[in-house]
Design a protein around this ligand. Structure first.
Ligand code: RIB
Ligand code: CA
Length: 316
């Protein structure tokens, strides 16, 4: 099988690090570049963490570019209380000697997409600021993007607010631009994100591995277990990568999706219309809303299938 070419856009944090480890170790994926965006931590720390994690995975050859450091309109917050001040749950890893590219992430992606012979997949695991800026600045690249796999949004409760998930809430305007671009989207939502998890005994076995990538994954997962004192913890963004590696493990539906931009309590919510057609099509005059986009939403996953994919490919 020819490895699938992908670009990752990350805000490396703990679970982005798990996604980088998984994607780097899998022989089925060919990471053509990693772009960094502020999110879990400020972008310069995202770059640092990304370079260091790629080094552990033996992927220091992968180009890394620094991207947008603030959202399009929203004020910048971060998630240090989740990912720790260093963004890696306090786990210290050796500093890579690699340096990021001198070119901005958006310019890097423009150059790459201009040159590709066939459309590629972007895996977006942070706020969508880089991707939205790319689409707005260089609309000609839209035809070069086969699909964007986005970790973001929620049908049920959010995480950062009662209705919104962090990546979307951190830059709702960016998400609105990306969802409305016409590029096929696969949305890996919070509802399934939290299901793909491991318990302490499994995580301890990872940490004891002689494989550096597996051991680092174990330590990162353990940092989350210890921080929150829960019986299990999710592989987070790595689940979105696992969906690419094991497409049979997902149930996705083409659904109308809008990003709420103005709600006092709902800004950043991904409004997903799951009404039956006979109800959704009713003309209720001024009460009706016209949903702007229809995108593929991962509404369920084979949890054990994705867990197995994570373990199998990480250990290669
Ligand atoms: O809400 C979870 C998402 O926000 C994950 O991608 C996590 O890394 C943060 O970016
Ligand atoms: Ca992330």
């Amino acid at each position: 099988m020819v490895p699938k070419k992908i670009y990752l856009d990350v805000d490396t944090g703990v679970d982005d690090a798990l996604a980088l480890l998984l994607a780097s170790r899998s022989p089925d994926l060919d990471i053509r570049g990693v772009t960094c965006v502020s999110g879990n931590v400020p972008v310069d720390l995202v770059v640092r963490n990304t370079l260091d994690v790629l080094e552990v995975a033996g992927a220091s050859h992968v180009p890394v570019a620094r991207g947008m450091d603030v959202p399009l309109l929203e004020t910048m917050v971060n998630a240090a209380e989740i990912h720790g001040k260093n963004g890696l749950g306090g786990i210290e890893i050796a500093q890579s000697v690699s340096e990021p590219l001198s070119v901005h992430a958006v310019e890097f992606l423009r150059r790459e997409l201009t040159d590709v012979s066939e459309p590629i997949t972007i895996v977006a695991l942070g706020p969508l600021t880089n991707i939205a800026t790319l689409i707005r600045a260089y609309p000609e690249v839209v035809s070069k993007i086969d699909e964007i796999v986005v970790m973001g949004g929620a049908i049920g409760p959010g995480n950062v607010t009662p209705t919104a998930e962090f990546n979307i809430r951190q830059d709702p305007e960016a998400a609105d631009i990306v969802f409305g671009s016409g590029i096929p989207i696969l949305l890996y939502i919070w509802d399934v994100f939290i299901k793909v998890a491991f318990v302490r005994s499994e995580i301890e076995s990872f940490s004891n591995s002689s494989n550096n990538s597996v051991a680092l994954a174990g330590n990162l997962l353990m940092s989350m277990l210890d921080r929150f004192g829960r019986p299990k913890t999710s592989i987070g963004d790595a689940g979105a990568v696992a969906c690419i590696l094991n497409a049979n493990a997902i149930t996705a539906k083409q659904l109308p999706v809008a990003v709420e931009l103005s709600g006092k309590y709902t800004r950043g919510q991904t409004v997903v219309d799951q009404r039956p057609p006979d109800l959704a099509d009713l003309e209720e005059g001024d009460l009706q809303v016209v949903m702007p986009n229809t995108i593929r939403v991962v509404v369920d996953v084979d949890v054990n299938g994705l867990r197995d994919t994570f373990v199998e490919h990480l250990g290669k």
